[in-house]
Design a protein around this ligand. Structure first.
Ligand SMILES: Nc1nc2c(ncn2[C@@H]2O[C@H](COP(=O)(O)OP(=O)(O)OP(=O)(O)O)[C@@H](O)[C@H]2O)c(=O)[nH]1
Ligand SMILES: [Mg+2]
Ligand SMILES: [Zn+2]
Length: 311
């Protein structure tokens, strides 16, 4: 059953059986944020309209590689990460930002809990300065509210159909409660989170009074790109791609090629080490996926052929 907004009312409707029969690379036929067509009776979902964008990751299941779409038809991705408690996880943030870049969805990095560690907030803001995303350092703690950046988040929320994504306990639901009057989402205590429990348990599309829609998602532990190509990857890291013209080889992947411009930039601190490490990890997986079938021992994407991102 799905919740479908029809003429301002939310109905609970089933999916037509045929939607489960089409074999695709996706884990589920429908994603939160999808636009659908109902059957003539108006009692079931008959078709899913093509998506304008989708935030998706490699599904965490064993066996065949599948894509899990976390949000469909979004115009802005908020990567929400606390600067401490839980600690900032660069690989998760970089995976999210890369997935957004791949779909050409603008992204913003929200650094939460700045009241707890202002120095860490400044450090991570500096790391992402050249990453091409807007950085918003916020605190929602009473007495420490960062009114200016919270107002910026509010403005972006009202202008977009956004998705908030990040680690459990990062403060996604708290952020929405703090900036959107009338929204009262359940938020979790930290001891809860330390035990690995999520507070938000399913993704919901919330219409905002004053315009815009937002998808609050349950925390994710990782964000790996689905079927990404080795040559495509650097273009998802703008500060790395910017140096490609200075590398000797146009096909340089900035691993151990001669006269690469990227590695010295990492050594000099021009490219943050954590960003380059994330790139390396993603590249290792992309190499693995590009190996011919049988040699890698890894499952190949369903349908054989290379999956291409939307343009
Ligand atoms: N000190 C401080 N604590 C915060 C801030 N933002 C959120 N928190 C706390 O962080 C905890 C987790 O917040 P949630 O909003 O439930 O986190 P979430 O990202 O929605 O977590 P999931 O729903 O499990 O994905 C709560 O105890 C919040 O009070 C902040 O700016 N400062
Ligand atoms: Mg939540
Ligand atoms: Zn290079």
């Amino acid at each position: 059953m799905c919740h479908v907004e029809v003429d301002g009312q939310t109905l609970q409707l089933p999916l037509a059986g045929k939607l489960f029969e089409t074999k695709t690379h996706e884990k589920r036929p429908l994603a939160v944020g999808d636009r659908v067509v109902l059957d003539p009776t108006g009692k079931a979902i008959d078709a899913i309209l093509p998506r304008t964008s989708q935030l998706h990751r490699r599904a965490a299941t064993e066996g065949e590689e599948r894509a899990q779409v976390l949000a469909a038809n979004v115009s802005l991705v908020f990567a929400v990460a606390s600067v401490t408690e839980p600690p900032f996880q660069p690989e998760l943030v970089d995976g999210l930002l890369a997935a957004a870049a791949r779909e050409k969805i603008p992204a913003a990095l929200v650094l939460t809990k700045c009241d707890l560690d202002p120095a860490a907030a400044a450090k991570w803001a500096a790391v992402y300065q050249a990453s091409g995303v807007r950085i918003l350092a916020v605190s929602t703690a009473p007495g420490h509210r960062t009114e200016d950046t919270l107002a910026e988040v509010g403005k972006l929320l009202h202008e977009n159909r956004s998705v908030l994504c990040g680690l459990s306990g990062a403060g996604k639901s708290t952020l929405l409660n703090a900036v959107v009057p009338g929204v009262q989402l359940r938020t979790g205590a930290l001891n809860h989170i330390r035990q690995g429990r999520h507070t938000t348990t399913h993704t919901e599309l919330i219409p905002l009074p004053g315009g815009g829609h937002v998808l609050d998602t349950p925390g994710v532990r990782n964000f790996h790109l689905f079927c990404v190509g080795t040559q495509e990857l650097q273009f998802l890291f703008p500060e790395i791609a910017a140096l490609l013209p200075n590398c000797e080889y146009r096909s340089c992947l900035h691993e151990d090629e001669a006269n690469c411009a990227v590695r010295p930039a990492v050594q000099k601190g021009v490219i943050p080490v954590s960003r380059y490490r994330s790139y390396q990890t993603m590249l290792a997986h992309a190499h693995e996926a590009e190996r011919p079938p049988g040699k890698s021992g890894k499952p190949q994407p369903r349908g054989g052929g290379r999956w291409r991102p939307r343009r």
